[in-house]
Design a protein around this ligand. Structure first.
Ligand SMILES: *Cc1c(COP(=O)(O)O)cnc(C)c1O
Length: 397
């Protein structure tokens, strides 16, 4: 007897009961197109939960590059990179990226999720040792599970604990890999990359940094967490970056030494068995990289807004976490409290999604507020005013 669709109803009802059910909202329009305004359900909202940190997603130069390349190469690549889908725009973007992050080679991968699967599974196999921060992005956790390596998770940002695992568990592992977000996606804080790099080096372990939320944003020239911390590229053998955040487009890359990237090309199933992204997308991302380098004011602007937000939030005694980046979570605890605050903000014209388990640990549901160079001072001030009403006084520190 085949299962009846209604058999899944209790599962959905249980998510609903726990306030963990997720709902999509359709963006119907973009207010003035360049700003952070969106139209949802016929209402204008200021978007404070996107990752378009530099305001590049609708930049005219990116759009023009996309259009030109689509006219030249079409909209689909037609095959995977290793068959016939790899084109000149892909090649150029890989060269630009390798230069930007100071590595021998960069490899385009369709998404950040798949880039982490590719980098981890190419290196780690059964019996190998893999260490992840407790608050690692879901894609690193899934990569670890898929690799069949022995996974250990160390307390958040605790490099000494990571080193203790390396000491205790290295003996039988052929390969050891430590992987961390550069900037943690739901918390906005920065990983102790220098300490992790020393620990990894002492134990002959690889270190992978997923810099999805720092590239384009941190460091004087936008080169991310390593530049922010004053670290040389050599400290981190594997760097993963994504284009869907600060670069305003879509896709991802892995950068490192020539041999390591070649191993990923040969072995990584999430690289090999998928269609290459359109060349038009690669062209738009190249334009994004050029704008990022040419217009440091975007970085300065989003970090100045971050400062402005934090100063006022502190005065309002909002429960902020210690984040120097445009990711500014307000941790409220229960999923219900986060949903309720999000709903009240929506009524006042602000879109801030409630982030709940399993994206964040239980009892740490939150509003994840993100700032963008596309926001105005007045929008940020108005959000703070709304927050002071929507986050109940008892929730304040
Ligand atoms: C967004 C994100 C990813 C996934 O990137 P996509 O290109 O959206 O698949 C991976 N790692 C981190 C830390 C992220 O924030």
């Amino acid at each position: 007897m085949k299962p009846h669709p209604r058999a899944v109803e209790p599962l959905l009802a249980e998510l609903e009961r726990q306030h963990l059910s997720r709902r999509r909202r359709t963006v119907e329009d973009f207010g003035d197109f360049q700003g952070a305004e969106v139209v949802v359900d016929g209402r204008r909202l200021v978007n404070f939960c996107g990752n378009d940190y530099l305001g590049l997603a609708r930049h005219p130069e990116l759009i023009a590059a996309f259009r030109r390349a689509a006219a030249t190469y079409g909209v689909g690549s037609g095959a995977s990179h290793l068959v016939s889908g790899h084109g000149r725009e892909h090649e150029r973007l890989e060269e630009d990226l390798a230069r930007f992050v100071g590595r021998e080679r960069a490899l385009l991968v369709s998404t950040g999720y798949m880039a982490n699967l590719a980098a981890v599974t190419a290196l780690v196999g059964r019996g190998d040792l893999l260490l992840l921060d407790r608050l690692s992005h879901a894609s690193l956790i899934d990569a670890a599970l898929l690799s069949r390596g022995r996974l250990r998770r160390y307390p958040h940002a605790d490099a000494a604990a990571a080193e203790r695992w390396l000491t205790a568990e290295s003996a039988h592992a052929r390969v050891r890999l430590v992987a961390t977000d550069g900037v943690f996606s739901m918390d906005g804080d920065i990983a102790p990359v220098a300490e992790l790099a020393s620990a990894a080096a002492r134990h002959g372990a690889w270190l992978l940094v997923d810099d999805a939320h720092a590239l384009g944003v941190l460091g004087a020239s936008g080169r991310g967490t390593l530049e922010h911390l004053g670290l040389a590229a050599g400290a981190v053998p594997l760097l993963v970056g994504t284009f869907g955040k600060a670069f305003g487009t879509f896709g991802a890359f892995i950068a490192g030494a020539r041999e390591v990237i070649e191993l990923i090309v040969q072995r990584a199933r999430s690289y090999i068995y998928t269609t290459a992204a359109p060349q038009a997308l690669a062209a738009a991302t190249r334009a994004a990289l050029a704008v990022t380098e040419r217009e440091p004011w975007r970085r300065e602007r989003v970090l100045a807004l971050t400062e402005r937000f934090r100063r006022a939030a502190h005065e309002l005694r909002l429960p902020l976490v210690d984040s120097p980046t445009p990711i500014q979570p307000v941790v409220l605890g229960s999923a219900q409290a986060a949903l309720e605050a999000s709903r009240r903000l929506l009524e006042r014209g602000f879109w801030v999604a409630a982030i709940r388990p399993p994206t964040v640990p239980r009892h740490t549901s939150r509003l994840r507020i993100t700032l963008s160079a596309a926001h105005t001072d007045a929008e940020v001030d108005a959000l703070l005013e709304a927050l002071s009403h929507c986050v109940a006084a008892r929730e304040r520190a």
